[in-house]
Write a protein that binds this ligand. Structure first.
Ligand code: COA
Length: 194
């Protein structure tokens, strides 16, 4: 990806951080700035379920994570985007592993009362095998009725597969965020609640 595109994306992220203050006012319970979700590319329809192990992301996972990121999104994060994210926020990276291979990853922030998913993807060749569902199950296992009871994320309005995916796992659309991604693209704010 050319550098100017990268910087454009980075500035775009900063804009989102700033503009999200408006929806902070709309629903105070969901006050954290949103991170951009990217448009997905096409995907497979393989249906055979596959078990995976979800663990923390480490540095040497990065090449495989970047490969999944690149095949999944039109405007993928670069390695420095991941690193910057992990440094600047209360942020955790996790991967789904099968046969010593990274088949999916997620990046999420620990907020005071909720988890905010900033990035989430499964390798194309392993989609529709339950990997994403197992990753979400791991996230849900981090919730507790005493503290963090919710998971929130933003899904592009045009990303119907992801919307269907999260809906199938119990997420509900709270509302539409107008022009959330710039370029006149709206996003659904989706939430899972214990
Ligand atoms: C969305 C995504 C993470 C789903 O991962 P996955 O491992 O394929 O999901 P699962 O196999 O666990 O699917 C669980 C259920 O979600 C629903 N689902 C998953 N993918 C779907 C799709 N493309 N269309 C409709 N429903 C879908 C189905 O109900 C599915 O159950 P089924 O296969 O028994 O019908 C994956 O397609 C992906 O990485 N997409 C590109 C990146 C992306 O859009 N990330 C999310 C950004 S918000």
């Amino acid at each position: 990806m050319p550098r100017n595109q990268f910087f454009g994306f980075f500035l775009f992220s900063k804009c989102l951080t700033y503009s999200s203050k408006s929806y902070k006012n709309i629903i105070s319970a969901l006050s954290q700035p949103a991170s951009p979700r990217r448009k997905p590319m096409d995907e497979t329809t393989d249906k055979q379920r596959m078990e995976c192990h979800v663990r923390w992301m480490i540095r040497r996972d990065m090449p495989e994570v970047l490969a999944i990121e690149t095949e999944s999104f039109e405007f993928p994060w670069l390695e420095e985007d991941f690193i910057r994210y992990f440094r600047q926020r209360n942020c955790i990276g996790a991967i789904a592993e099968h046969d010593n291979r990274v088949v999916g990853f997620m990046v999420y922030e620990l907020m005071r009362k909720r988890l905010h998913v900033a990035n989430f993807a499964v390798a194309k060749e392993f989609r529709r095998r339950g990997i994403g569902g197992q990753m979400v199950a791991k996230l849900i296992s981090k919730l507790s009725s005493q503290r963090r009871r919710r998971i929130v994320l933003e899904v592009r309005e045009t990303n119907l597969p992801a919307k269907d995916f999260f809906a199938s796992l119990g997420f509900r659309v709270l509302f539409l965020l107008k022009n959330h991604f710039g370029e006149s693209e709206n996003a659904y704010l989706m939430q899972y609640m214990l």
